[in-house]
Design a protein around this ligand. Structure first.
Ligand code: SF4
Ligand SMILES: [Zn+2]
Length: 299
């Protein structure tokens, strides 16, 4: 192990001078922050991006006992998330691919307000950038995509953030971006579930949260963006329909949690968790495993 202090000289309180140090990993960790990140998540609403993997009992327990899931993300993994987010951002704001088909709200980075005088404008990048900000007069070029966010308590406790909408056949379609390195069996079930979730729960939003244009709630699109060069597969697009089987499974699980919030009655544990004495399946990595077990066998 090398100790960076032994090869550096402190010339000012916070400034190190590196003498012939050719170990980039050491310098990296000394100058920038690649430490793991602490995350905390409350169990108040089901995130639609987690529909395929969430456990209704874990949410119900977390809500009932006011718990929050605490975890750490190592930087290499965080870096993958950040690269994915950067790709999203690029396609929403700079790539020519979506410049006149991607619809949404836009935020002015100069004043921080949503673009639009009385109501937020819901339009394309090409259109929004033609005019200066209605609030502060900053250049239209300073407008950036503002993802559509919603959170509801009734009749289902869900929250979601939608990557974008494209206009096709006079209707808006929900889209979601995924980045990938190696082509797999796309579209993945969890990605389909996320899109089906958006289409399913949009119907339940109050009018005040709904978008100003009609939405097609039967078909959405998943865009897989390649992180490596490929003539054939640089962008893959899959249409996702609101399959009844997936929609039923989602509603069943989300209802189990939403009902539990009202009644206080906990959903049963997964079979694999209870049969393995909370040692296998999802229990292995479940933040509330001990509480789940206590509640099941302890009374
Ligand atoms: S141990 Fe299993 S059943 Fe219990 S809360 Fe965790 S994932 Fe759900
Ligand atoms: Zn502005």
């Amino acid at each position: 192990m090398r100790f960076i202090k032994s090869t550096t000289e402190t010339v000012d309180k916070n400034i190190n001078v590196y003498d012939n140090l050719d170990v980039p990993e050491d310098i990296k960790d000394d100058v920038i922050n690649t430490k793991k990140t602490f995350n905390i998540k409350k169990y108040t609403h089901v995130r639609l991006s987690e529909l395929a993997t969430f456990c209704p009992r874990e949410y119900a327990l977390g809500y009932k006992y006011g718990k929050a899931k605490e975890s750490y993300t190592e930087y290499p993994l965080m870096q993958q998330f950040e690269i994915g987010s950067a790709l999203h951002f690029w396609y929403q704001n700079f790539s020519k691919v979506f410049k006149d088909v991607l619809y949404g709200n836009w935020k002015c980075w100069a004043c921080g307000k949503l673009r639009g005088r009385d109501e937020p404008l819901f339009t394309t990048r090409d259109e929004i950038r033609k005019n200066p900000c209605e609030h502060c007069g900053a250049s239209g070029e300073a407008s950036f995509y503002h993802e559509y966010y919603f959170r509801i308590d009734e009749p289902y406790r869900v929250t979601g953030k939608i990557d974008g909408f494209i206009l096709k056949d006079n209707k808006l379609h929900v889209i979601d971006f995924k980045s990938y390195f190696t082509k797999e069996d796309f579209p993945k079930l969890q990605d389909k579930a996320q899109l089906v979730g958006y289409m399913l729960f949009y119907d339940y939003l109050p009018d005040s949260l709904k978008l100003p244009l009609p939405i097609d709630l039967e078909t959405g699109y998943l865009y897989y963006l390649s992180k490596k060069f490929s003539y054939r597969d640089s962008i893959l697009c899959y249409a996702v329909t609101k399959e009844q089987k997936i929609a039923d499974a989602i509603l069943k699980n989300v209802s189990l949690f939403s009902d539990s919030v009202k009644t206080g009655i906990l959903p049963p544990p997964f079979d694999i968790c209870s049969r393995s004495n909370w040692l296998k399946g999802k229990a292995k990595n479940c933040f509330l495993r001990e509480l789940c077990k206590q509640e099941y066998v302890g009374v």
